[in-house]
Design a protein around this ligand. Sequence first.
Ligand code: NAD
Length: 487
Amino acid sequence: MFFDPATVEVASELLIGGSRVAGHSRHPVRSPSDRNIVREVSWASADQVGDAVSDAKRAWRSSRWGATPPRDRARVLMRWADLVDDHAEELARLESLVSSRIYSEVLARDVKVVSGVLRYFAEFADKVEGTVTATPVESLSLTVHEPHGVVAAISPWNFPMILAAWKFAPALAAGNAVVLKPSEMTPFSAIRIAELALEAGLPPGLFNVVQGDGGVGAALVRHPDVDYVTFTGSSATGAKIMADAAASGLKPVSLELGGKGPQLVFEDAGDLDRLAKLIARGITYNSGQVCFAGSRLVVQRGVADALVERVAAAMRDLPVGETWSPATGMPPIINDRQIERIDGIVRASREEGAHAACGGERVEHPNGAFFAPTVLRGLADDSRALREEIFGPVLAVQEFDTFDEGVALANHADYGLTASIHARDIGQAFRAARAIESGTVWINDWGRRTDFTAPFGGYKRSGLGKDMGRPGYEKYLKSKAIWVELA
Ligand code: NAD
């Protein structure tokens, strides 16, 4: 065992004004690896959400964080990043205890992404400049950038600390205050990371954490003192948040939502053994609970049989297990509701005539909820397995003959978050990349790398706006034109 889950201590409170504050009602948080391991977290009442936002606004005004010299802001974030690295093991335990993230992956990757994101955005603080616009010489027009004020950040459970950091790091570096609401299923890493910010010198109240479900999130979005809303989660929730933000003060929003990414494979793709391993990883990593999972294999007919056989072989024997077990290759599904949903979609597909090249059912396990890595072929065009984001280790196969057919299948009716194209003919690959409606396209690859420079965000129902990269910083600023009459 990487750690003993029974002995992990968690903070069950909210963090407001730099102090832990008991919430309004207590709720169980179960580990998906072992339903016997239960912790509690206290959820904020609507009044406490109000306190957290008002406190953040007060702290933002009194600390003059937005007007603090950018290099001083950067220094705080750099110290904070070092503290995150120093507390890597503690944070990894908190994350793995209640999420699907395997401890060794959190330690090797997720914690480093958090500290890396803090450093990356700290470096922006004194490098994003205003402009002097082209006006007649008798006048001067300056464009300056200013923080919004209080940013409400709402994050999901599938990569809890990374996806929260994509929001709080740039928002704070740009001079805002942040109130974060993590997922009710994975609440514990965020509060410790926020406490490390205090230790690094961030003024108390600039980064508050409230806990709770969608009702708490909605109260946060609707609060009149919130100036900007940044969200990662499902498309359905994103739509509600956009409506709430519009109804409660026309607040700007950015939304990182769901996906149904294609792996578009042309016959000239090359080494099928290598490709099969990549495609298998694209749907089994974090048990497919990944917004950019390559969940549809859109393959040219000539290589379909050979490739599907190899993908199924690469997926078939992955060992499922607890997030704290070194033997685990594929972690649990987050909760019973989600495993029922995956099972329901796979069953319905099979009843409609699809067959499973591997998997197709749950894995028996004494405690956790696990689903076997599954490849479905022969799906009806309108099957749920092709239309819906399954968020599990289920790969849906579609076959095509011509380039145009392949691109048409790769383009999903609703989603456009990521797509992969596999082809040796680079001209064909580029033509496909331009024709696919998607915020990210990988050619001969799949998956986000740990660099921070590329903006990430979807087309269509996959989102609005970008996280990461320069746009992921600039969205936390608004611009003001200042005119000077010189004549
Ligand atoms: P979810 O939409 O159910 O919940 C996300 C967060 O929103 C949670 O904190 C939840 O409590 C909160 N919430 C729920 N209802 C709310 C409401 N009405 N108002 C305000 N907040 C509310 O999503 P999830 O199940 O936690 O996460 C999985 C989804 O997230 C998938 O669809 C996945 O594709 C998507 N996702 C997208 C990205 C991306 O970068 N595009 C990254 C990770 C996950």
